[in-house]
Write a protein that binds this ligand. Structure first.
Ligand code: ADP
Ligand code: MG
Length: 242
């Protein structure tokens, strides 16, 4: 399959039985000095548009590496990663950048907010369209949606961890992504804040149809995902009974 020409609208944003991701025989190796580290080995899987999936596994099992590949932030050493029919393994840098900017929202364990900007400014700055009145209005609407309307003008330092992560989720939504990729999004949160963040991600998935992929080693977090994928030593494990 070849890359879609018009990357602004791959398949017209259609959601349906078509998988949004289709991975086949994916390996990712890193060179560490003279040693080759295999972070991901022989991964084949499909993720449907609108699924909510957890990636579970112990530290070092390859969760973050797989998220980088799914997020078009890195390329596989071998194998095929089709995203909406676009082959990420051979797509140009420009194509990958377009996909990252317009289609994927990222959420990280450390929130990664800019400390000198207000919550609203942190969200607005993610706008692909020039920041301005429209982006500013949308930023405030998104903060409203994540339950932080009254905190829009606060600096991150005045927000709790859970609130900062909700700002980060609002930022991830700025460009209307099809996919949210979250790497240990609750790793720095107490269990009550973690539950609030998971409520929000679940709502985005069920009400807006955003595909959500969450790496976690927290079983409670994974348990909130209808589909759980387990990694060990870079390989997908067969489903275990709960
Ligand atoms: N940039 C890198 N260079 C070398 N080795 C790496 C790099 N990133 C990850 N690794 C190695 O790949 C393996 C998987 O790491 P990672 O994907 O971060 O796992 P997880 O997120 O599950 O903790 C580990 O052995 C890790 O040390
Ligand atoms: Mg990790």
């Amino acid at each position: 399959m070849t890359a879609t020409e018009d990357l602004g609208h791959p398949l017209g944003g259609q959601q349906g039985p078509e998988p949004i991701y289709s991975l086949s025989g994916v390996d990712k190796e890193y060179a560490r000095g003279s040693v080759t580290v295999t972070a991901i080995a022989a991964v084949s899987l499909e993720i449907g548009a609108g699924e909510m999936v957890s990636l579970e596994g112990p530290s070092g099992s390859g969760k973050s590496t797989l998220l980088l590949l799914l997020g078009a932030l890195d390329r596989p050493t071998r194998g095929s990663i089709l995203y909406n029919g676009v082959e990420l393994a051979s797509a140009s840098e420009r194509e990958l950048t377009q996909i990252r900017r317009n289609e994927i929202g990222f959420v990280f364990q450390q929130f990664n907010l800019i400390p000198t900007l207000s919550a609203a400014e942190n969200v607005e700055i993610a706008a692909q369209a020039r920041p301005g009145t429209e982006a500013s209005t949308r930023a405030r609407e998104l903060l409203e949606m994540v339950g932080l309307g009254s905190r829009s003008d606060h600096l991150p330092s005045r927000l709790s961890g859970g609130e900062q992560q909700r700002v980060a989720i609002a930022r991830a939504l700025m460009n209307g992504p099809k996919v949210i990729i979250a790497d240990e999004p609750t790793g720095n949160l107490d269990s009550a804040s973690a539950a609030t963040v998971m409520d929000l991600l679940s709502k985005l998935n069920s009400e807006s149809g955003v595909t959500v992929i969450i790496a976690t080693h927290d079983r409670d977090v994974a348990g909130r995902c209808p589909r759980r994928i387990r990694l060990r030593d870079g390989k997908i494990q067969p489903d275990a009974d709960e």
